[in-house]
Structure formats: structure tokens, C-alpha cells
Design a protein around this ligand. Structure first.
Ligand code: G3H
Ligand code: 13P
Ligand code: ZN
Ligand code: NA
Length: 311
């Protein structure tokens, strides 16, 4: 059923696991994610970025998620706006079938972030929709060269209570060393999330759901398939899965994954074309991409999120 994340997060918080928030851009990705969630009896969050809404047309994405719900009525699903840029974008989603929105004003001042997030939360709550906001700046750990850079980048635990109290948002994305994309860390380094900041944030906000963006792990077996079939992905490195599992045991209730699905889709399609240079039926090669995306989502549910068998 299409739901908000309220109950989902409560159960995840108390159960020591997290819900996967996977980015959707087309039918095959929606199918891969929701088929995996149904097989493993896991709730799931389907999230659409502004780029996705532009690529697919938001109406298609809403209808695809409605279709997935008709096919898997037993699976709790959230349709979430990823990185909403402003009130108007959030309003459009709230008015048109989304059950959750993110207002991302994290690059604005603390005061502007509070004001825009508060405005979105007020409108969303009037319409039965929940809101995620963000405090802190997501960037690669390698950029943290000084204490000042550290401060600028990671979420400041001293700000979280005021932010949540003044905005009334339902969940908070924090920056603890994750970043977007497939090139997160310097090769040869030992990536470490700031789980100490997460612990301090959850001490300040007991019971409150925390969100991690930029949480792809960039599985090297898929990078290898891509590079062995004509691809050139150099130094693609992600977040170690055991650290995400650790975060999911604590206050983190939502973990965002997009890049890993892109790698899976690309690996399946590249492999298919090399093995079958005579094929030109999109169902054949996109079907192979879909298979890998489903495998990756299943792996996340079982080994990273811990949300298997929680429906
Ligand atoms: O946070 C970014 C997500 O991976 C979505 O990316 O804006 O290219 O759709 P996108
Ligand atoms: P990745 O690029 O690590 O998959 O992060 C996705 C994300 O945070 C979407 O909001
Ligand atoms: Zn993100
Ligand atoms: Na959790």
C-alpha cells in the first residue's frame, strides 16, 4: 500500500534497521525495486529526484508506483521527492500523489533552511504528507583537510534540536561523511563515516528518524563487469557496507541508494551487448539490467538495511 513513512520509521527505529530509499527513473527500475522488496517482505521507499521527474514526466512515475502497489498490495511503499529545491516543487508533489517530500535547503543559511523547511512541513502536514529536511553539506571525506572544513561539512549536533523543533519536519538528513555519486573516496584510503556525530545527533533527538544520503557502496563486482565490457570507470569507490549496517542499527531509518542501481543497470546492459552483438530488442538488454538492479536491492535489504521480513 502507498503510505507515509511514519509507521515504517517507528518500526525501523525500534527494530534496529533502516528502510532503503531507492531512486526511480523508469518502469524497469520500479519493477526491480518493488519485486525485490515483495520477495523479501520488506517495506521500501521509492524516490524521484527533480531530474527523474523531468526525464520521465512525474505523472509516469506516480502511475508506475501506483501500479507497483496494485501488484504488491502487501508491501508498504512510500513515494518520496528526493532533494526538493524549494516550496513550489514540494507543493507540486504534495498535490500530486507523493506521500513524502524532501526540502533540501541545506546549502542556504541556517535561518533560511529553517524558514523554508517549516513552510513545507506546514503545508505537507495539512495534506497528510511527511517531510525530510537536511542539515549539513554532503561532500567527500577527502575534502576535510582542516577542522574548519570539518565544521563546514559535517552536521553540527548543536543545531539539530533547534532545527527540528522550529521546522516540525518528520526526519532529518545529516552529513557524516557520505557523498553523492560513484567516486566518494580517494583510492587506497580507509573510508570512515563519522558515526560519533550520528550518536551525538541521536542523543539530542531521542527516537527521531535520521536519514543518510549518498550511501551507495559501489560494489566492485559490478564496476568490474562494466569495465570488462567496454566501460571505463576509474577509481569508483563507495561507503563500506558494514558501516551502513552499523548506522542502520541506530537512529538511521532511511538510507538513500541510487548510484549502485545505476551500476547494476549499466553492467547488465553492457554485458548483454558484448555477449549478443546481434540483439536490438530493448526488452532483452534492459531486462538484463533490471535483473542486476533487483539483485542489488535484494542484497541491500538483506545485508545492509536489515529490513527483510519486517512486513
Ligand atoms: O541525490 C541524487 C540522486 O542520485 C539523484 O540524481 O538528480 O541525477 O536524478 P539525479
Ligand atoms: P548515491 O549516489 O550514493 O547512490 O546517493 C543517492 C542519494 O543520496 C539520493 O538522494
Ligand atoms: Zn541525496
Ligand atoms: Na535504524
Amino acid at each position: 500500500a502507498l503510505v507515509t513513512s511514519t509507521e515504517m520509521f517507528k518500526k525501523a527505529y525500534n527494530g534496529g534497521y533502516a528502510i532503503g530509499a531507492f531512486n526511480i527513473n523508469n518502469m524497469e527500475i520500479v519493477q526491480a525495486i518493488t519485486d525485490a522488496a515483495a520477495e523479501l517482505k520488506s517495506p521500501v521507499i521509492l524516490q524521484a529526484s527533480q531530474g527523474a521527474r523531468k526525464y520521465a514526466n512525474s505523472v509516469y512515475l506516480v502511475k508506475l508506483v501506483e501500479a507497483a502497489n496494485e501488484i504488491h498490495p502487501e508491501v508498504p511503499m512510500v513515494l518520496h521527492l528526493d532533494h526538493g529545491a524549494d516550496f513550489a516543487t514540494c507543493k507540486d508533489c504534495i498535490d500530486n500523489g507523493f506521500t513524502s517530500v524532501m526540502i533540501d535547503y541545506s546549502s542556504h543559511s541556517f535561518e533560511e533552511n529553517i524558514e523554508e523547511s517549516r513552510k513545507v512541513a506546514e503545508y505537507a502536514h495539512e495534506h497528510g504528507v511527511v517531510v525530510e529536511a537536511e542539515l549539513g553539506t554532503l561532500a567527500g571525506i577527502e575534502d576535510a583537510v582542516s577542522v574548519d572544513a570539518d565544521k563546514a561539512m559535517f552536521t553540527d549536533p548543536d543545531q539539530v534540536e533547534e532545527f527540528v523543533n522550529k521546522t516540525g519536519v518528520d526526519s532529518l538528513a545529516i552529513a557524516i561523511g557520505t557523498s553523492h555519486g560513484a567516486y566518494k573516496f580517494k583510492p587506497g584510503t580507509n573510508p570512515k563515516l563519522r558515526l560519533d556525530i550520528l550518536a551525538e545527533v541521536s542523543r539530542r533527538l531521542p527516537g527521531f528518524p535520521i536519514v543518510l544520503h549518498g550511501s551507495s557502496s559501489v560494489p566492485q563486482e559490478y564496476v568490474k563487469i562494466i569495465n570488462e565490457h567496454g566501460g571505463k570507470l576509474k577509481d569508483a569507490i563507495g561507503v563500506p557496507e558494514d558501516q551502513l549496517r552499523e548506522a542502520a542499527r541506530g537512529a538511521v531509518c532511511k538510507i538513500n541508494i541510487d548510484s549502485d542501481l545505476r551500476l547494476g543497470m549499466t553492467a547488465g546492459i553492457r554485458e548483454h551487448f558484448v555477449a549478443n552483438p546481434d540483439h536490438f530488442d530493448p526488452r532483452q538488454y534492459i531486462g538484463d539490467g533490471r535483473k542486476y538492479v533487483k539483485d542489488i536491492v535484494a542484497h541491500k535489504i538483506k545485508n545492509v538495511l536489515g529490513s527483510e521480513n519486517t512486513i
